[in-house]
Ligand binder design. Structure first.
Ligand code: HEC
Ligand code: HEC
Length: 322
């Protein structure tokens, strides 16, 4: 009875706290691929990568169940499910998170995240407690939900263990700027790419996160890292917010995420992670869409943050070594 009452009042408090988003997410935060993926599968070109023995066509590279492992010697042996998945529900983890765990700004960098944290997230996706902004397949959580619902607890444990044991590595270079290369979306990926032949444009109030090796990222090369262009001055403003809480605007991140923001116990590391991924998470938590059992700890952090504050804080946190 006591627990029921406690749960009910906690639930009320959280609903109230999560009820007021401070902004409507712009399209550069929740990116959705344009149509046209089928045409790409007809591309007859054979793709290779320096230092890899593989030679593969787009029809294989983009098939959800045959993702490439370009450099099998650069990571420990993969659990079979992480590499091959199981049709039709369980797409192989490496398709999106890569064998190195670094993933792309459209998924999540899970290299070296705490095991307990990742198991909790996977159960939260399965239960519906962790959702993301957007309708149906346009929601970033859509794929994880169907993947995890097709997995056993043992498979969740084995794949989480694999990624938890990987060493995090620097994957995002954060660059302050007034102007960025023009970018566009390509079919088959929910992230931006530099527009071939494009010029420069003002960055405005945005983060523009792109691979410099666009083809490499598109064909899931785990050497094709990312650059995040951020507004000038954002890193210094973000440092103040992250370290002091900005006079009550938020709560200092190191209290929970560890002194160097690399994670603490079952709390994830945020240092060096993708800024656009982190803005999506903070916005999803603010909207009450991401509401797993530990998400309430983040409510007080995000409740008052505006989009600009999130740009600043993730520019700073993303610039740190993971
Ligand atoms: C089709 C792409 C795709 C595949 C395949 C995939 N994931 Fe994900 N994963 C995502 C996306 C996208 C997110 C971020 C979801 C969001 O923002 O709500 C994510 C998030 C996660 C998270 C939460 C990360 C965090 O920091 O909170 C974990 C853990 C995870 N995935 C593990 C796995 C494992 C293990 C597998 C294989 C069984 C897998 N994923 C397969 C796309 C994928
Ligand atoms: C009171 C504790 C606490 C504080 C302070 C805190 N966090 Fe968190 N944060 C958490 C917990 C716990 C989670 C994981 C929630 C879950 O398991 O669903 C989290 C998750 C996150 C995530 C999502 C990570 C992922 O992998 O998806 C981001 C981004 C984040 N925090 C950013 C920040 C930033 C930036 C600050 C400082 C401005 C901050 N947090 C301060 C407790 C905290």
């Amino acid at each position: 009875m006591r627990n029921v009452l406690l749960g009910a009042s906690l639930g009320f408090f959280l609903c109230a706290a999560a009820a007021a988003p401070t902004f409507d997410p712009p399209s550069w935060v929740y990116m959705v691929a344009p149509p046209g993926a089928d045409a790409r599968l007809q591309d007859p070109k054979i793709y290779t990568r320096p230092g890899s023995t593989l030679a593969l066509k787009q029809s294989v590279l983009q098939d959800p169940f045959t993702p490439p492992d370009w450099y099998p010697n650069e990571h420990p042996p993969l659990p079979a499910l992480a590499q091959f998945g199981r049709e039709p529900m369980v797409q192989p983890c490496i398709r999106c998170h890569l064998p190195t765990g670094t993933g792309h700004p459209e998924s999540a960098n899970i290299a070296g995240q705490p095991y307990e944290y990742m198991v909790r997230q996977m159960h939260d996706f399965a239960s519906g407690a962790r959702r993301s902004y957007g309708e149906g397949a346009a929601a970033r959580s859509f794929n994880m939900v169907s993947i995890v619902r097709g997995m056993t607890d043992e498979e969740i444990a084995a794949t989480a263990r694999y990624y938890a044991d990987l060493k995090p590595r620097k994957w995002i270079h954060v660059v302050e700027t007034d102007t960025t290369p023009e970018t566009h979306m390509q079919p088959t990926s929910n992230m931006r790419h530099i527009k071939p032949g494009g010029g420069m444009e003002p960055i405005g109030n945005r983060i523009v996160e792109v691979p410099l090796d666009s083809v490499g990222a598109d064909i899931r090369d785990s050497h094709a890292s990312f650059t995040a262009y951020v507004p000038r001055g954002s890193i210094a403003r973000g440092l103040t917010l992250a370290n002091t809480g900005g006079g009550g605007k938020t709560i200092a991140c190191n209290i929970c995420h560890g002194p160097d923001l690399k994670g603490l116990g079952d709390i994830p590391g945020i240092a060096g992670r993708s800024p656009t991924y982190m803005i999506r998470q903070m916005s999803d938590i603010q909207r009450g869409l991401r509401a797993g059992s530990s998400a309430p700890l983040m409510q007080g952090v995000v409740a008052k943050l505006t989009l600009t504050d999130m740009i600043d804080v993730t520019a700073y946190v993303g610039s740190l070594d993971p």
